[in-house]
Design a protein around this ligand. Structure first.
Ligand SMILES: *Cc1c(COP(=O)(O)O)cnc(C)c1O
Length: 448
């Protein structure tokens, strides 16, 4: 009998052209047929603007602590934020390479240079640990909401937190952010890492007093082990990357910050000025949280797309099949092996796929070799240095402007004559922690 995946044979699945492309690890572009008016979709969502504002307020309470504990954030008043940059040379260079006219303005959200852990995980990961630290201290009556949280930067408080532990499963960057902030607060912390995690990340964590457990399997296994160990210890808190609302909300705060930055640049997205955002996607929490926040802020004017490696397209697979976390890429014969280690995830988040389904405009996949080429081009044109995962967002405009599907989409949405005003925003999700020799190796790969 022919093998089936969730009740359908491989040849039945292949009748869906997106799924056939994914199975063939070909670069592909998927437009979401279930995209709904933002207002309607958000009214039915399990989270709201009040939740995002609550998270932003919590980060505000912690700002005095962060400013002291991480002096590199002092100038920004203890807010962990990254610049928004216009990158016209990259836009020209890509437009030449693609042979496409590219109206509108290319901007880059530089989360590669977020302080403390150098990736988008400094948003969600740090937020979740701070929230946990606040919850414990409030419930034990040793902190109040009105107090100056810089008091957490003391031996007494570190001793208090050392009775508690934190564990997380990670391909690398989430482990870095959870490990660094947890160790700084005084928690005992274990990071469970998958085979694809880079050695330098493990070394860096160990140097900060973080326990690193290593597994030869992939990310899902590292998460499962982390969860299992935490279940055995009531004082251990497990950061659940596959299912955490707190991580998600920490990421979503980025949208409020971006709004302020766009206003400062005199750029206000709206019906006459579409904002296209392209977000590298692993398990989905980071890009999902940011996209959710942007839909809350800009409604239908924000058009969000996810970008995944051809060898690890778990979210596109989950959305296009409608099966979300019920399937993993391996079920479809896709190997989950990619140089984009931040995106090497075989199974999408349980709740992000469902929450984002009516809000996401679409997604696409990209080959590793393309990521390297974009990496080298961006370094040459703009002197910006990203890790491979973080380049995935750059090919969104190519699909929208250069493919028949993309051009039809723009026409149907009434956008074709609004592109002169458009803002194109790939989200640069990581890079500044990558050691120089390794970055040079990436750069060489893009040259070849
Ligand atoms: C984690 C990560 C992502 C994606 O975030 P998810 O929450 O896993 O979807 C993208 N880029 C980099 C560099 C990352 O570390």
């Amino acid at each position: 009998m022919e093998k089936t995946i969730c009740g359908k044979t491989v040849s039945q699945w292949r009748q869906n052209p997106t799924i056939a492309d994914l199975m063939d690890v070909k670069e592909t572009f998927w437009l979401n047929p279930e995209l709904t008016k933002a207002e309607q979709a958000l009214a039915q969502a399990s989270l709201s603007m009040a939740d995002v504002e609550d998270a932003a307020a919590r980060l505000g309470r912690f700002a005095p602590y962060i400013a002291q504990a991480f002096p590199q954030t002092a100038k920004a008043g203890g807010l962990i934020e990254s610049p928004l940059r216009s990158i016209p040379q990259m836009q020209q260079a890509l437009s030449r390479q693609w042979g496409l006219e590219w109206p509108g303005q290319l901007l880059l959200k530089c989360d590669n240079s977020l302080p403390i852990s150098g990736s988008i995980k400094a948003r969600g990961g740090i937020y979740e640990v701070l929230k946990h630290a606040e919850d414990i201290a409030l419930s034990q009556g040793i902190l109040s909401l009105e107090e100056d949280y810089s008091k957490l930067n003391s031996d007494e408080m570190r001793k208090f937190y050392s009775k508690y532990s934190i564990s997380v499963g990670s391909t690398g960057n989430l482990g870095l952010s959870i490990g660094i902030i947890s160790a700084k607060l005084g928690f005992r912390v274990t990071v469970h890492m998958s085979a694809d995690a880079r050695q330098w990340k493990k070394d860096l964590l160990r140097s900060q007093g973080v326990q690193v457990a290593e597994y030869p399997e992939d990310y899902s296994k590292a998460v499962a082990e982390g969860r299992r160990q935490a279940e055995q210890d009531p004082n251990c808190y497990f950061v659940d990357d596959e299912n955490s609302k707190n991580l998600f909300l920490g990421y979503a705060v980025a949208a409020l910050r971006l709004k302020g930055q766009l206003e400062e640049m005199g750029l206000e997205p709206g019906p006459e000025r579409p904002l296209f955002v392209f977000l590298p996607c692993g398990v989905g929490g980071g890009p999902g949280g940011v996209a959710f926040g942007l839909k809350l802020v800009y409604g239908d004017s924000a058009r969000c797309f996810f970008a995944e490696p051809t060898h690890a397209p778990c979210m596109t697979l989950g959305l296009a099949s409608g099966l979300h976390d019920q399937v993993c890429v391996q079920d479809f014969g896709i190997d989950n092996k990619t140089a984009a280690d931040g995106l090497a995830v075989g199974r999408a988040s349980r709740f992000v796929g469902r929450l984002i389904q009516p809000l996401l405009s679409g997604s696409y996949t990209i080959q590793d070799q393309t990521l390297y080429r974009r990496l080298t081009l961006l370094a040459d044109e703009e002197d910006l240095w990203l890790e491979p995962s973080a380049l995935a967002g750059f090919d969104g405009p190519r699909w929208l402007l250069g493919s028949e599907q993309g051009r039809n989409y723009l026409a149907e949405q009434g956008l074709t004559d609004k592109l002169e005003q458009a803002l194109w925003l790939p989200w640069a999700t990581g890079g500044s922690m990558v050691p120089r020799e390794i970055m040079e190796e990436y750069y060489r790969q893009g040259r070849e």
